[in-house]
Ligand binder design. Structure first.
Ligand code: NAP
Length: 293
């Protein structure tokens, strides 16, 4: 049996092209241009690179980027003021507070200040609640990206056994809810799960979001399973040897012969996150028009 290596870059490029086409249609129909505001507190180099990528991607699909930067010692009140200003700005369809924020700030409580209809990361309590209740809302980008990859792969969700390793609010919990909405039978694993390999080996669809290099070995994987690797772990030069320093949570070479389809790292789930952020921003703009805002 040959294994499909799921090409996240190609799927993301297709989604971005669709969003660009739909943005042009939205502008022609409403006379408005969707806008995405990013808020970065501090100067963490990795976060600055992510924000830059989001700004560029936004302009590429015909949306207006708004770039807000606050000093590393910004107070809760300063960030709050920025977010409230963006909530009130009709040119801003989507707001993203880049996480993590500096340690003196409370990321979840700041994220919670974002107007739910502009919450393109899908992380506010309102959107988490809507997802949990199975009602329409903005969903977190990375789990949405995984759903898009599963669709592209033709993976059957209905009645499938899906196992997610990781229960974070950012990924694991919303991923489980999206799979459940797709009628999969969902198991969520975490650091206290007994017999992790045994539970994972039941999965038709196995999704790893742990943050531990190559924790998922061949014995975790049922023959023919679809394996999605969300992990992004940076190795030291000594650990990496002459290979790429970025590895996933899945031992790709060992798992490859057992899987029917698998995402590589890099080039699998990673490129999907920004693509889904763009789609969410357009969805937010549509929701605001529908509400007469
Ligand atoms: P997180 O908040 O640290 O959550 C990690 C989860 O893994 C927790 O639920 C934890 O369990 C569980 N875990 C830790 N060690 C375990 C073990 N030995 N066995 C079983 N479960 C274990 O991380 P996250 O934000 O969800 O991210 C997870 C990974 O995905 C990271 O590598 C991150 O970089 C990556 N990621 C990538 C993207 C992307 O765009 N590609 C987006 C988001 C995240 P407990 O809850 O019991 O502690």
């Amino acid at each position: 049996m040959s294994t499909t290596i799921i090409d996240g870059k190609a799927v993301a490029a297709r989604v971005r092209a669709e969003v660009a086409r739909d943005v042009a249609d939205f502008v022609a129909r409403t006379g408005r241009t969707p806008g995405l505001a990013t808020v970065l507190v501090g100067e963490d180099p990795a976060s600055a690179v992510y924000v830059g990528g989001k700004q560029r991607a936004c302009a590429e699909v015909g949306m207006t980027p708004f770039d807000h930067r606050l000093p590393v010692d910004a107070s809760h009140e300063q960030v709050q003021q920025t977010l409230e200003g963006l909530n009130a700005n009709p040119d801003v369809s989507g707001i993203l507070l880049q996480l993590p924020v500096p340690a003196h700030l409370d990321g979840p409580s700041l994220t919670g200040l974002i107007d739910a209809v502009k919450d393109v990361d899908g992380l506010t309590p309102v959107n988490a609640g809507l997802l949990s209740l199975g009602r329409e809302g903005l969903r977190p980008c990375t789990p949405l990206g995984v759903m898009e990859l599963l669709k592209e792969t033709g993976a059957q969700l209905e009645s499938a056994e899906a196992v997610v390793i990781g229960r974070s609010n950012l990924f694991g919990k919303p991923m489980g809810a999206l799979l459940l909405a797709g009628n999969a039978t969902v198991t969520t694993c975490h650091s206290r799960t007994r017999d992790l390999p045994g539970v994972c080996a039941r999965a038709d669809i196995l999704i790893a979001a742990v943050g531990r290099p190559r924790i998922v070995t061949a014995d975790f994987v049922k023959q023919g399973a679809v394996v999605i690797d969300v992990g992004m772990n940076r190795l030291t030069p000594e650990q990496a040897g002459n290979k790429s320093g970025l590895v996933g949570d899945v031992d790709f070479d060992a798992v490859l012969p057992r899987a029917s389809a698998i995402t590589p790292v890099p080039g699998g789930v990673g490129p999907m996150t920004i693509a889904m952020l763009l789609r969410n921003t357009l969805q937010a703009a549509e929701m605001q028009v529908a509400q007469g805002r």
